[in-house]
Write a protein that binds this ligand. Sequence first.
Ligand code: SF4
Length: 84
Amino acid sequence: MANKDMKHPDNVAGKFYCTDPDDENGEGCIACNVCYNGAPEFFGEDEDGNAFIKKQPGTEEEIELCVEQMEACPVGSIGDDGDA
Ligand code: SF4
């Protein structure tokens, strides 16, 4: 499970978020490239390769694309239960 109490500091506010790599439950981003290659409009990469949400999805298609990245993340670091 992603950890909404340990969001990457660069996430824009909203429903979707990426978990900080320092998350002590071990579900933080491991800089695997999947999400920001799969949906570069919504997922950004910091200087260490860790992901953050740079734009929240709006349309159903955009949300679906972000959900696909959430499901593809190998460590479950992406959540969609952040504050809207
Ligand atoms: S898919 Fe998950 S582990 Fe990979 S870069 Fe994105 S948030 Fe990080």
